[in-house]
Design a protein around this ligand. Structure first.
Ligand SMILES: NC(=O)c1ccc[n+]([C@@H]2O[C@H](COP(=O)([O-])OP(=O)(O)OC[C@H]3O[C@@H](n4cnc5c(N)ncnc54)[C@H](OP(=O)(O)O)[C@@H]3O)[C@@H](O)[C@H]2O)c1
Length: 321
């Protein structure tokens, strides 16, 4: 089968199209013939090798979520999965290929009306957005800021906050055009990347900040929290926060602020599954929107990564084999 691996960590050009044997599903796994492969910010983080600890070697097969048809099942898996169209989480590897394996617990049947591209755009991102808002103890009427809203996590978060009855849903983004698209999805105020702008009626502070960006600018967004405000870090597209960012929190001691990191890894699989299933149904009905930036052939994975690196992607790039 054709697959895309990291030959050299760093630039997108280090991605290479190779031939690999079709994987054999282990006990508890299914084999999926892929029709859509999500290209996520986490793939870029792994490719750049900017975060220590992943520990992947050259030849790493990228990709964490796919949609397609189950063609075989491993020992102990109900044979009725065979032939079903599914979404699957493949972990931190294995997705950029014509065939992928996944644990059956990480597989969900697709409802009618949901495309594979939609499924890999919403599958993980929608769940991250849902549980990050939950972790932030977001309540109706509160003001929310989604920092880095133009990616698939942010796009889901904006919609969930809006339909959850937020008093205001502010976003940070890099252009007026993106701002207009985010308004169409439910944003009420559009700020620039540094958190400025938003108009005279923009909230002066936020009860909840959902931060996909991290990086050196993070502390200035801690300053935007209202008393009792909650900041939840879900991503690091601009790298790690400065080591001393906590001093900003302690300096504002009397505001009773909270800072949390959130990873979907800490949410039980059954809880993720229930939320994902409900979001897929919502998306199939058109009640939750997915934004597919572009669909490219698998062989053009490097182009997809260049698009991400250049900041051109609004929503998600999807590969097809
Ligand atoms: N917590 C979890 O469980 C979990 C799960 C999966 C992924 N993640 C993390 O989530 C992140 C990817 O999420 P995503 O795919 O939604 O994001 P993304 O599409 O990679 O980025 C979101 C937006 O951030 C803005 N941005 C990019 N670079 C920036 C910078 N230097 N400063 C300010 N804004 C910047 C861009 O919008 P504008 O150009 O419009 O500003 C971009 O569209 C990764 O860090 C990944 O590790 C977390």
């Amino acid at each position: 089968m054709r697959a895309v691996v990291i030959r050299t960590f760093g630039e997108p050009e280090g991605l290479e199209v190779v031939d690999l044997p079709v994987p054999v599903p282990a006990p508890g796994q299914v084999l999926i013939e892929t029709e859509a492969i999500g290209v996520g910010g986490v793939d870029a983080v792994i490719r750049r090798a900017t975060v220590a600890g992943y520990g992947f070697r050259e030849g790493h097969l990228l990709g964490s979520e796919v949609a397609g048809r189950v063609t075989a099942v491993g020992e102990g898996v109900d044979a009725s999965w065979t032939g079903r169209r599914v979404w699957a989480f493949t972990g931190l590897s294995g997705g950029y290929a014509e065939h992928a394996v996944a644990a059956v617990g990480d597989v969900l049947a697709l409802p009618d009306g949901l495309t594979g591209a939609d499924a890999v755009t919403l599958g993980n991102s929608g769940v991250v957005a849902h549980f990050a808002l939950d972790r932030a103890r977001f309540a109706p009427g509160e003001t929310v800021l989604v920092r880095g809203a133009a990616g698939s996590i942010g796009i889901a978060a904006v919609q969930l906050a809006a339909r959850g009855g937020a008093g205001a849903v502010a976003v940070t983004t890099s252009s007026a055009q993106r701002g207009a698209r985010l308004r169409d999805l439910g944003a009420t105020h559009v700020l620039d990347r540094s958190g400025e702008g938003g108009g005279p009626d923009a909230p002066s502070g936020f009860d909840v900040v959902l931060d996909v960006v991290g990086g050196p600018q993070l502390p200035r967004f801690l300053d935007r929290l209202n008393p009792n405000g909650r900041f939840v870090a879900v991503g690091i597209v601009d790298g790690q926060a400065p080591a001393d960012f906590g001093t900003r929190l302690t300096a504002a001691f009397r505001k009773s602020l909270s800072y949390a990191t959130f990873s979907a890894d800490t949410v039980p699989g059954s809880d993720q599954r229930a939320v994902r299933s409900s979001q897929f149904s919502d998306a199939a009905r058109g009640d939750l929107r997915t934004v597919v930036h572009e669909v490219l052939p698998l062989e053009q994975a490097a182009r997809a990564h260049r698009r991400m690196d250049a900041g051109e992607v609004f929503g998600r790039v999807v590969l097809t084999p």
